[in-house]
Design a protein around this ligand. Structure first.
Ligand code: ZN
Length: 400
């Protein structure tokens, strides 16, 4: 049994129990390695099925565009997270819904197929207990989530299908308003949730799935908080204090979220305006279809993408500013209501924090700021598992 496996086993019974492990070593890398570290929004499935790309390898910034792979996760930097079934918003028509549903089902199958290739390294998880067990076994953890519930169309019964496919977290909406809810960056069509969106909340609660308010408008956030019987999460959202953008959450709402028992997972995005000018915008569109590109086309995209990172970064902030924003968010929310969802492989990453191998740096900064190992552990994983447990405990068997 390795030290890591041993510590994981010790922590497995209760995450806060990790505090009882003697704090004999505050080396940030060692502390980070020994905590359960989850990220709540991994867009990595975009890369699944790419010609010539191997999920199990440790790629680098220099040779690849992906920010997450098993090679870098397994080194102890990231124990797992929520792999996202993201569906682009399309028309609110029967045809639009049908196409989106087919896409979401395929994406779910793609995730399953990719995970099944590496059963010794990573396993699917649907409960907090699964996550703790897998960590104790020295395996990485793969939850599934939905970004944009548009593919459900008008049939909320489909949520159960995705539950059965292993999905345990979902957000109603993405960057455009849909049949369920107003987007933070879309039109205010419903002044919050639509009537169907309100039923979606009920069904999410009934199934025991965690509601994700990232991308939802402020009015939707307020209504989710009011309607949900269990704590909600924002899987990849930054504080509006850092940058006044509708994708971010203001301090008053962060306090209300904490009071309800929820958590906001700190992102690396929208702490400046996104710089998608010129070639970057074109490359971003290409990136979303990278799984269908030839190996040569991928190499060309990666070369251009990395060249732009030097001259025109996507986000105009660095690690120091990220830490200011994170520490502010912790001040407002409290250590029991913060988590991490950087938006890896979906546009996340800033100077000094461009991929997951840099995560121990953040742990180091938190320890320097005076947070204990136990506090950091709540934020890296404990809070997310608590919210999953609450959602699960609130589930009602069908018919009741
Ligand atoms: Zn997103």
């Amino acid at each position: 049994m390795t030290k890591r496996t041993l510590i994981a086993a010790l922590c497995a019974t209760a995450l806060t129990g990790c505090a009882s492990v003697p704090a004999d070593n505050l080396d940030p890398v060692a502390v980070h390695r020994d905590l359960l570290v989850l990220d709540t929004h991994l867009d990595t499935p975009l890369n699944f099925g790419r010609e010539g790309w191997d999920f199990s390898q440790a790629h680098t910034e220099a040779n690849d565009i992906a920010q997450v792979d098993l090679g870098r996760m397994a080194k102890g930097y990231l124990d797992g997270g929520f792999f996202v079934i993201y569906t682009e918003q399309g028309p609110l028509t029967a045809k639009g819904y049908g196409d989106a549903l087919a896409f979401a089902r395929t994406r779910s199958d793609t995730i399953d197929r990719e995970l099944a290739k590496f059963p010794d390294l990573i396993r699917p998880a649907t409960t907090a207990a699964d996550a703790e067990r897998l960590t104790a076994e020295g395996k990485l953890i793969a939850f599934k989530s939905i970004e944009n519930s548009y593919p459900l169309g008008n049939d909320l019964g489909l949520l159960k299908e995705f539950y059965d496919r292993g999905v345990r977290m979902a957000g109603p909406v993405h960057s455009s308003t849909n049949q369920l809810a107003d987007s933070s960056t879309g039109e205010a069509k419903w002044n919050g949730l639509s009537p169907l969106g309100r039923q979606w909340v009920e069904e999410m609660n009934r199934l025991g799935m965690v509601i994700d308010a990232s991308h939802a408008s402020d009015a939707v956030f307020d209504q989710l908080l009011e309607l949900s019987r269990t704590p909600i999460i924002l899987s990849h959202t930054s504080p509006r204090w850092a940058y006044d953008h509708p994708r971010n959450l203001d301090d008053a709402r962060i306090r209300k979220l904490a009071a309800q028992g929820g958590a906001i997972c700190m992102s690396t995005i929208f702490m400046s305006e996104i710089n998608l000018d010129g070639e970057r915008g074109e490359l971003f569109d290409q990136y979303e279809d990278i799984a269908s590109m030839s190996a040569a086309e991928q190499r060309e995209l990666i070369r251009k993408w990395r060249a732009l990172d030097k001259t025109q970064p996507l986000w105009d902030i660095d690690l120091d500013r990220y830490m200011e924003a994170l520490l502010h968010m912790i001040d407002v929310a409290g250590v029991d209501h913060v988590c991490f969802g950087a938006d890896w492989d979906g546009g996340g990453g800033i100077e000094g924090l461009m991929e997951i191998s840099s995560l121990p740096v953040v742990t180091g900064r938190l320890l320097e700021a005076g947070y204990s190992r136990a506090d950091v552990g709540k934020m890296t994983g404990g809070n997310v598992l608590r919210i999953m447990r609450a959602a699960q405990a609130g589930a009602k068997p069908s018919g009741s």
